[in-house]
Design a protein around this ligand. Structure first.
Ligand code: PFF
Length: 450
C-alpha cells in the first residue's frame, strides 16, 4: 500500500483519483433512472440538499480520519480510538463494497455488451422500441448478461492483480476529462431534440408534493452511492494525501464535479426520453434503452457510440478498482493473505453474487423479497442502508469522539490555512449530518412521519 502514497502528491492527482472513484455508472446510469423512478425534479431537489448538507461534511469526516492517521480503514480506527466497536465502520465498508461490486459489475457488463454492439455497428439503426426489445432479450437470456458480468470482473481482476493502478489512474486522468467534454456535447445534442423542453421540465421544475419518504431515502442513498461515501473508500484514498491538501476545498470540488456529471447525464437522457416516446420510470434499464436511440439519430453515431462506451467502461473500472481495493487491503492486512489470493477471493465473491444479480433480470426474476430481486436487494441494502449507517458512524466519530484539536489540525492543515467555512463544517458534521441521516432512515422505515 505504501507505494500508493507517492501517487497522490500532486493536487491534480488527489482530485483525479477521488473523482475517478466517485464518477462512474452512479452518475450516468443510476442517477437518471433513480430520478426517473422518483418523479424528476423533486428528487433532484432533495438530492442536492443531501449532497451539500450531508455529503460534503461526511466526505470531510472520512478525510479527517484518513489523512490524519495515514492508515487503512481498520488501522485508522485502531489508532484513533481504543474502543473496538468503532472498527465496525470498516466491516460495514467491506460488506457494502462487496455487495456494490457484485451488482455494479452486471451494469458494467452491459456497457461491455453495448461496446461490442457499437463496434459491430448494431447500434447504428433502429427505433426505441427495437432497442428496448433487443435489450430485454439480452438481459433476460440466462447466459449473455452473465457472461459479460464475469468478463468484466475478470478484467477488473487482471488490473488489480497486476497492481497497475498507477497506469489506470494515469489513463483515467486523460480519459475522465474527455468523458466530461463528450457528455457536454451529448447534452447539447439532446437540448436540440423536439421535446427537450418537456425533458428539462421533468428534471428541473419540481412538484414538491412528490417528495415522500421513499423519495428522500432514495435521494440520500443516491448521494452516498455517487460520492462513494460511508464505506471508507475516501478514508483510504485520503490516507495517501499530503499534509498540504486542503480537505474542505477538495471535498467541495469532488461533490460539485460529481453532481455536475449527474445533472449533465439527466440533461442528456430526459429530453431523449420524451422525444423518443419512452417513459422515465423505466428503472435500471432506462439509459440502456435511450442511448442507442440517441446514437442511431446522431450524425457520426458509430464513432460517438464506440467512444462513449469505451469511456463509460473506464469510468466504471476506476470505480470498481476503488471498491475492490477495500476488501483486498483488508484480507491482506488482517488475514495476512497474499495480494493475489485476496484479489482472487474478492473476485470470486463478486462473481457469485454478480451472476445471481445478472440472472435476477431473467430466470431468477421470480425470487424476490419485499418485491425486490437479488439485484434490487444488493443495490437497495448497500446504498440506502449500509452506506448511510457508515455515514452516521463517521460523522458521530469525527464530531463527538475524536479529539477536537486533531479535527482542527486536519481541517486547517495544522493551523497554516484559514478555513472560512470551518464552523459551518463542524456544525454539519456534529449535528446536521447524523441527525438528518437518522431521521431520513426512520421515516424510510415508516417509523416516523413528517
Ligand atoms: N461512486 C461510484 C459511482 O457513482 O459510480 C460508485 C461507487 C464507487 C460506490 C466506489 C462505492 C464505492 F466504494
Amino acid at each position: 500500500m505504501s507505494e500508493k502514497r507517492a501517487l497522490f502528491t500532486t493536487k491534480i492527482g488527489v482530485i483525479a483519483a477521488t473523482v475517478g472513484s466517485a464518477v462512474g455508472l452512479g452518475n450516468i446510469w443510476r442517477f437518471p433512472y433513480e430520478t426517473g423512478v422518483h418523479g424528476g425534479a423533486a428528487f433532484l431537489f432533495v438530492y442536492l440538499i443531501c449532497v451539500f448538507l450531508i455529503g460534503i461534511p461526511v466526505i470531510c469526516a472520512e478525510f479527517i480520519v484518513g489523512r490524519g492517521t495515514h492508515k487503512n480503514a481498520l488501522g485508522a480506527f485502531k489508532q484513533l480510538q481504543t474502543k473496538p466497536y468503532w472498527q465496525v465502520c470498516s466491516y460495514i465498508g467491506i460488506l457494502a463494497s462487496l455487495m456494490i461490486l457484485s451488482f455494479y459489475s452486471v451494469i458494467a457488463g452491459w456497457t461491455l455488451e453495448y461496446l461490442f454492439q457499437a463496434l459491430t455497428g448494431a447500434m447504428a439503426s433502429g427505433n426505441t422500441g427495437d432497442f428496448s426489445n433487443k435489450f430485454n432479450e439480452f438481459c433476460t437470456s440466462p447466459w449473455q448478461s452473465t457472461l459479460w458480468t464475469v468478463l468484466f470482473l475478470l478484467i477488473n481482476y487482471l488490473v488489480l492483480r497486476r497492481g497497475v493502478e498507477k497506469g489506470i489512474e494515469r489513463i483515467s486522468n486523460i480519459l475522465m476529462p474527455i468523458l466530461f467534454v463528450i457528455l457536454i456535447l451529448f447534452s447539447v445534442n439532446s437540448l436540440l431534440m423536439p421535446k427537450s423542453s418537456e425533458g428539462l421540465a421533468f428534471l428541473f421544475s419540481p412538484d414538491f408534493s412528490k417528495i415522500t419518504p421513499t423519495v428522500v431515502v432514495g435521494a440520500m442513498g443516491q448521494a452516498f452511492f455517487s460520492l462513494s461515501l460511508g464505506l471508507s473508500v475516501l478514508l483510504t484514498y485520503s490516507s495517501y494525501f499530503s499534509n498540504q491538501v486542503r480537505l474542505v476545498r477538495s471535498a467541495s470540488i469532488i461533490a460539485i464535479l460529481d453532481t455536475f456529471v449527474a445533472i449533465i447525464s439527466g440533461i442528456i437522457i430526459f429530453p431523449a426520453v420524451f422525444s423518443y416516446g419512452a417513459t422515465p420510470e423505466e428503472g435500471p434499464k432506462l439509459v440502456f434503452e435511450i442511448f442507442p436511440s440517441i446514437f442511431s439519430e446522431m450524425p457520426g453515431g458509430y464513432i460517438w457510440s464506440v467512444l462513449f462506451f469505451v469511456l463509460l467502461f473506464f469510468a466504471s473500472i476506476t470505480s470498481t478498482i476503488s471498491m475492490s481495493e477495500i476488501s483486498i487491503a483488508f484480507f491482506v492486512e488482517e488475514y495476512k493473505m497474499k495480494r493475489k489470493k485476496a484479489t482472487k477471493l474478492t473476485t470470486g465473491v463478486a462473481i457469485v453474487f454478480g451472476v445471481l444479480s445478472a440472472l435476477s433480470f431473467g430466470v431468477l426474476s421470480g425470487y424476490t423479497i419485499l418485491d425486490m430481486t437479488i439485484f434490487d436487494i444488493l443495490n437497495y441494502v448497500s446504498s440506502n442502508i449500509l452506506l448511510p449507517i457508515g455515514g452516521i458512524l463517521f460523522s458521530i466519530f469525527v464530531g463527538w469522539v475524536v479529539d477536537k484539536d486533531f479535527v482542527k489540525k486536519e481541517l486547517t492543515n495544522n493551523g497554516t490555512i484559514k478555513v472560512y467555512t470551518y464552523r459551518i463544517i463542524i456544525f454539519l458534521i456534529r449535528y446536521v449530518a447524523p441527525i438528518s441521516i437518522v431521521l431520513i432512515f426512520l421515516s424510510g422505515l415508516n417509523l416516523i412521519r413528517f
